[in-house]
Each structure stands twice: as C-alpha cells, then as structure tokens.
Design a protein around this ligand. Structure first.
Ligand code: ATP
Ligand code: MG
Length: 455
C-alpha cells in the first residue's frame, strides 16, 4: 500500500470519531477518506434491513449529483449480488456491468448513476454481514489496484469498530437508564416498606398499650377483690355493734339493764373491735402494697451503694423477722463491690425475699434453716443469688409466682403481691432480670442481675 493510503488510514484509525459512539460521524469520516484515497466521486454505506431482504443507503456521498434519488436494493431482484456479499471478502468489479456479481445492478442503478467500476466490501459485525461499503468509479476503464482493495477492506474493518463503539454507547445509555429505573424502584419499595414498618410499630405500640391496660385492669380488679373481703368483715362487725348498742340503749331507757347483760355487751364489742381493727389494718396494708407495685419513681434515690456494708445493715434489720424460726442469713460479698442503683428498691427486694422464705420455705423453727445471699461483680453490674434450703416449690407454683395476687397462703393472710413487687422493681425500676429455680424438698434460688444505672 502506498504512503498516501497508509496516511489516510492512520488518520481515520486515530480519529476519536471512530470510537466515540456516534456512527453518523464515523461513517462520514470513513466515506470521505474513501473518496480521497480512491479519487472517486461517489461512495456509500448500505445497511441490511432487519428482515435481511433489502438494503438501504445509510450514508451516501455523491459529489457529482448530490441530490440524485437513492434506490432500495432488494435481495429478490439482486440475488447474485447479495450472494456475493455473503461469501466474498470484496467484490472487485472493474466493469460492474459485466461482472457476474454486479451485472444485476446495470439497469436501475449503474446506468442511472453513470457508474462503471465497483469496489464493494461487505460490512461485518460480530461475524454477521450487516451491509456493504460501495466505492464507485465513473471512469470506464478503472482498474482497482490490490493496494486500493486492501485500503477499502481496512476502512470496512474500521467501520466495524465504529459499529461496536456505537453499540457500546447505546448499551451504556440503556444501563444508565435501567439503573435509574432500578434506583427509583428501590426508592419506591423502601418508602413503602418504611411505611409498612411504621404501621407495624404503631400497631405494636397499641398492642403493648392494650396489654398494659389489661394488666392494670387485672391488678385493679384483684385489689378491689382483696380489699373487699376485710372491708366486708369490718362493715358486718360495725353493723353488729350498732345493733347491740341499740338494744343496750333500750334496756337502759326502760331500766331493764342487768350487770350480766352489760358484761356480755362489753365482751362482744371488744371482739368486734378486734375484728374491725385487724381487718382495717389488712385493708390498709393491701392498699400500701398495691401502691408499691406501681413502682413509684420518686420514692428512691440513685446512689453508689457499698454493697457489702449495705447488705449487712439490711440483714441486721431483718433478723427480728426470722428469729422465731431460727433462720440464719449469711452474706457473701466482696468488700469493694459498689453498685450504682436505687438502694431503697434493693432493700425492698431483699425484704420481700426474706419475708417469703420465712413465711413459705420454713414451717417450724429449726437451727438448720439457712438463707444465703451471694453478690458477684460482673461487667456492667452485680449478680445476686438468693438461696434457701427450705421446702421448695413445684413447677405449677413456680409458673405463677411473679403474678400479682398469686399466693398459696391466702388463709394465713398472704395477698400474693410480694413477688410481683419484686419482679417490677428488678425489671422496671432497676432495669435488671430475675429468674427462679426450685426443687421441692431442696430449696429455692432467686437469681437476679442489677446493672449499674446511668445518671
Ligand atoms: N422461698 C420460697 N419458698 C417456697 N415458696 C415460696 C417462696 N417464695 C415464694 N413462694 C411461693 O410464692 C407465692 C407468692 O409469693 P408472694 O410473695 O408473691 O405472695 P405471698 O407471700 O403469698 O403474699 P404477700 O403478698 O403477703 O407476700 C407464695 O404464696 C409461695 O407459695
Ligand atoms: Mg410474700
């Protein structure tokens, strides 16, 4: 190939228009280069239609008659030409009107355009023939040289490169568009999920609220029921006293009162008053306990509690309670453990546990009755183990012990609020956890963890 053609090829190959993705621009450059390199006046690119039955001019430069009408090339009218494009690398027709591959073009194309020589290179993309680049000579005796054949062959290859670039550009644009669509879909889904989550949270909150109200309702009903019994007894006692007082008053008015009569009245009234006072006291205690279940936030102060000292002081004050049944309370707690907590709440918890052990674990006085309180420091708080070696509980009892008003000793005055108070204090006020383990005949262990509370 001569230098002139080499230089033209180099210029085309280096041009950014080839790989820029704009096929129109690339085609223009390729055709202009062919015109220049081959010194001809008409050059064109034809593309196969999607049905592969016809080709239309995608780009045509005709310097002699720029406005001439451009025909459509149909396969059924030009079978040899289409066949040659499929199978040949190049159709080299110095005299196209006699060449077997192009003779069909004589009428309707070559004669109308005044073309004699054709140098046609099929255009291929991904191995498929997609069209043809036609270099056309209007000189009768034009002989295409091997260098020119090689030159158009290379231009056709460069066109293939440009097609790939345009395709890549189209795919990239499509990808961007699809990404945008995907993003907006994700955004839409996220919004609807967020909304669903919000609705779910609201529903959950409403459910929790309903549960709380139900628990409170149960608690209030329980209290009302519990308080009703001692108050009922008190009302009966008062009515009974009133009735007897009326009778006494009558005997006094009509002078029939006797010493024995008066004595009986005094005895009965004493009994009634004792009944009255014990029942009213019981009602008052119930109300007080009930108030404690609500865990009054303001009744305790947050302090750094020196645990060992505090537990010892507390147990000292509880000893009178357990003295009668000869219960020994031992404490295992390192001197230096400090727990930041509501000390008053901790006192209430230990008191209730000790009182329960005294009431329920041990029936008769015995030297062997033991309560052990073990405090172990952990990462963010202290774990307590509260153990007794008493009668223990069966699984049916354990299941309900933290429920308000659950008691196995209603006859002896138990209200069933002690452990529900403990549970509320540990879990709500002191933000800890509590669990219980017990084996009938072997004893019970309450284990609870109390975290160091922030300010
Ligand atoms: N250390 C224990 N050993 C055996 N049983 C226990 C022990 N502690 C609690 N119980 C059982 O748990 C039940 C519930 O205890 P809780 O303190 O809530 O109510 P109570 O002691 O019966 O009544 P009160 O409200 O007067 O405390 C008790 O009735 C008892 O059956
Ligand atoms: Mg109790």
């Amino acid at each position: 190939m001569n230098d002139a053609l080499e230089n033209i090829l180099l210029d085309v190959s280096k041009s950014p228009d080839i790989d820029g993705g704009d096929l129109e621009k690339a085609s223009e450059l390729i055709l202009a280069s062919a015109l220049k390199g081959l010194d001809i006046t008409r050059v064109s690119i034809w593309l196969l239609q999607s049905d592969k039955q016809a080709m239309r001019a995608a780009k045509l430069i005709d310097e002699k008659s720029p406005n001439a009408e451009v025909p459509v090339l149909y396969k059924n009218q030009l079978p040899s030409y289409f066949q040659a494009l499929e199978s040949e690398r190049t159709i080299i027709a110095n005299d196209a009107r006699c060449h077997p591959a192009t003779i069909e073009l004589t009428n309707g194309y070559l004669e109308e355009t005044g073309v004699y020589g054709l140098l046609d290179v099929p255009l291929r993309h991904k191995g498929e023939m997609i069209g043809v680049m036609c270099s056309e000579s209007r000189r009768e005796n034009r002989i295409w040289t091997p260098a020119e054949v090689a030159f158009v062959g290379m231009l056709a290859d460069i066109y293939g490169r440009a097609v790939s670039a345009a395709e890549r550009e189209r795919f990239e644009a499509l990808l961007i568009q699809q990404n945008e669509q995907l993003e907006s879909m994700v955004e839409e889904r996220t919004q609807s999920l967020t909304k669903a989550l919000d609705n779910f949270k609201q529903a959950q909150e409403r459910l929790i609220e309903t549960e709380k109200m139900a628990a409170l309702g149960k608690l209030v009903a329980g209290v009302a029921h519990e308080v009703n019994t001692p108050l009922g007894v008190s009302v009966t006692a008062v009515t009974h006293c009133e009735h007897r007082l009326k009778k006494l008053n009558q005997s006094f008015t009509d002078g029939s009162i006797s010493r024995k009569h008066l004595q009986t009245f005094i005895d009965n009234t004493f009994e009634a008053y004792q009944l009255l006072s014990s029942n009213l006291e019981r009602a008052a205690t119930l109300i007080q306990n009930f108030k404690k279940t609500a865990v009054d936030q303001s009744s305790f102060e947050l302090v750094k509690c020196q645990l060992n000292d505090y537990l010892h002081a507390l147990v000292l004050s509880l000893n009178p309670m357990v003295k009668k049944k000869k219960v020994t309370i031992t404490i295992h707690c390192n001197e230096d453990i400090v727990l930041k907590t509501y000390q008053g709440a901790l006192a209430q918890i230990v008191t209730n546990l000790v009182s329960n052990t005294n009431d329920h674990a041990f029936a008769e006085p015995d030297e062997n009755h033991q309560i052990e309180i073990i405090a172990t420091e952990e990462d963010s708080g202290v774990r307590f183990s509260f153990r007794d070696n008493g009668k223990g509980m069966d699984s049916e009892t354990i299941k309900d012990i933290f429920e308000p008003f659950f008691t196995t000793s209603r006859q002896t005055g138990g209200s069933g609020l002690g452990l529900s108070i403990v549970y509320n204090l540990v879990t709500r006020k002191l933000k800890g956890q509590i669990s219980v383990q017990s084996t009938p005949g072997e004893g019970t262990e309450f284990s609870f963890f109390l975290p160091n509370l922030p300010k």
